[in-house]
Design a protein around this ligand. Structure first.
Ligand code: GLC
Length: 539
């Protein structure tokens, strides 16, 4: 097998909770995923990424793991998992899982032991201090929780039920590698590594006088050592593909994490392009997309990873983000197709988040009761405490909450829950499911679904999409996102219109590869790209 098979792959992310429920519990399950494998095979994806299905109290929907070796009964059994894995492989696809090793649930046995006493052998698996510093949790409030019985604070960069692990402790690291091997022996094909650039916290735990503490633990002092060790000990022996989630890492670090000779990770997700509507870094406010910034970020990362020898994971959507079509476009199928063309022809491995291939939209929830996410509920409380009026808070949540991306997969027009469940769904659906659903999409050759399918096929057919160099074209109209890919004597140009107005493009089309709206040529030196149009052509 080609050692770099993941460079040619397209990955599909499944958030099992919202994918397909076969028991009527209202929550999706593993058998539900197995039942839909043919759907994924038909779409043409190569790799399925399953977000956490391990045993968990589900305070953060499974990112709070209580046992790394067990499947949460909510999702089924280990037998169901084995069947899913076999059936995925039987269809020639691969399966990767989520590796959450920055923290465990406080219900994990290690933490249960650790909190018994200061000299418990597991105490040092976590991070304890007599005094807290001023670091803040990413879910709001202090990052330290007081533990009365032993008189110390423990660190939690996320929810207080997610205690940060102490990677300085070699015993802890050994436990993690053993666990990775357990899954490797089962035959899974890799991992997406949750918030993995936060593992190394340093030893000083100073107060942060200019920020919330992140500069001390993001890409921290021993991070490359830890990742290299984990890779050589646990990933490489099993030929695993690895993708690190690194929200705010830098380009320089990104190259270091992914340059093959360093044996760390195959690729990373950074989130800089998903913060262009966070003015001054503030997520919980309503703001338009800063499109110039969006282009600058892509230019920097695409050109920089390419020339530095690193590798990008490219994506618009995941379970932590509002639906891309609603955020970067107007929620229309045209905008969904435009965004797909833009991302799939870039340099890197593309990721599709469930429902993106249908053009699913954010649900526009109107009451706080409709939300489930711990981060969202915390933000609601904080904003209300600050005196922000209820109506405004709800409008912010409708544009920023992670639940916007977590509503159930819209399979069909079947009443009352779009074929997702026969029970009561754990979270409500977007109310456009009667029109936007997989069944309709498959019956309509002009649907968003077929556009994705075509993009996946093009990637397999044209080596320039997998391995051409990339350069941005920044001299065109300001509403355009444009780049070219070059391989040998071939030049593939991609132009996307992020506005609703038609725009004239002064470029010459030689041979069209893909386009979803009628292109009008003005003369042989110019053409008009309709609002939310995108075109890829050989020049
Ligand atoms: C990642 C996950 C997110 C989770 C957090 C803490 O960002 O994608 O869903 O809440 O890590 O594990």
């Amino acid at each position: 097998m080609n050692g770099n098979w993941w460079k040619e792959a397209v990955v599909y992310q499944i958030y099992p909770r919202s994918f397909n429920d076969t028991t009527g519990s209202g929550t999706g399950d593993l058998n539900g995923v197995t039942k839909r494998l043919d759907y994924l095979k038909d779409l043409g994806v190569d790799v399925v990424w399953l977000t956490p299905v391990y045993k968990s109290p589900q305070h953060d929907n499974g990112y709070d793991i209580a046992n790394y070796y067990e499947i949460d009964p909510l999702y089924g059994t280990m037998k169901d998992f084995d069947e899913l894995l076999n059936e995925t492989h039987a269809r020639g696809m691969k399966l990767i899982m989520d590796l959450v090793v920055n923290h465990t649930s406080t219900e994990h046995d290690w933490f249960q032991e650790a909190k018994k006493s200061k000299d418990n052998p597991y105490r040092d698996y976590y991070i304890w201090r007599d005094e807290p510093n001023n670091w803040e949790s990413k879910f709001g409030g202090s990052a330290w929780e007081w533990h009365e019985a032993t008189g110390q604070y423990y660190l939690h960069l996320f929810d207080k039920t997610q205690a940060d692990l102490n990677w300085e402790n070699p015993k802890l690291r050994e436990e993690i590698y053993r666990m990775v091997e357990f899954w490797g022996k089962k035959g899974i094909n890799g991992f997406r590594l949750d918030v993995v650039n936060l593992l190394s916290k340093g030893e000083t735990f100073e107060d942060d006088h200019v920020g919330d503490g992140r500069r001390f633990y993001t890409d921290g002092p021993r991070i490359h050592e830890y990742i290299h060790e984990m890779s050589t000990r646990a990933f490489l022996p099993y030929g695993m593909m690895t993708v690190g989630e690194m929200s705010s890492t830098t380009l320089e670090q990104g190259v270091l994490y992914t340059r093959p000779d360093r044996q760390e990770l195959d690729m990373i997700f950074h989130f800089h392009h998903l913060k262009v509507d966070y003015p001054d870094g503030e997520k919980w406010t309503k703001a338009p997309i800063n499109f110039e910034q969006l282009k600058e970020i892509f230019t920097k990362w695409q050109e920089g990873m390419d020339s530095g020898g690193g590798w990008n994971a490219v994506f618009w959507s995941n379970h932590d983000q509002p639906r891309a079509g609603s955020r970067f476009g107007d929620g229309s199928p045209e905008a969904a197709k435009m965004l797909a063309t833009t991302i799939h022809l870039l340099n890197g491995t593309p990721y599709i988040y469930q429902g993106e291939e249908l053009g699913m939209t954010s649900p526009a929830f109107k009451t706080i009761e409709e939300y489930r996410d711990v981060e969202t509920l915390n933000a609601y409380d904080l904003l209300r405490e600050q005196g922000v009026p209820e109506k405004e808070v709800l409008s912010i949540l409708a544009s920023k909450s992670r639940d916007n991306g977590r509503t159930p997969m819209q399979w069909s027009g079947e009443k009352p829950h779009a074929g997702f469940t026969n029970g009561t769904p754990w979270i409500g659906l977007a109310d456009n499911w009667e029109t936007i659903n997989a069944e309709n999409a498959i019956n309509d050759s002009s649907s968003v679904y077929y556009h994705f399918k075509q993009l996946i096929q093009l990637r397999k057919k044209h080596p320039i999409i997998q391995s051409g160099s990339v350069q941005f074209l920044d001299h065109l109209h300001h509403a355009l996102f444009a780049y070219e890919r070059v391989l040998d004597d071939k030049r593939l140009v991609v132009v996307s219109n992020f506005s609703s107005e038609a725009v004239e493009v002064p470029l010459q089309i030689h041979e069209v590869l893909i386009s979803h709206l009628p292109i009008q040529s003005v003369d042989d030196q110019k053409f008009v790209l309709p609002g939310y149009g995108a075109i890829a052509f050989f020049a």
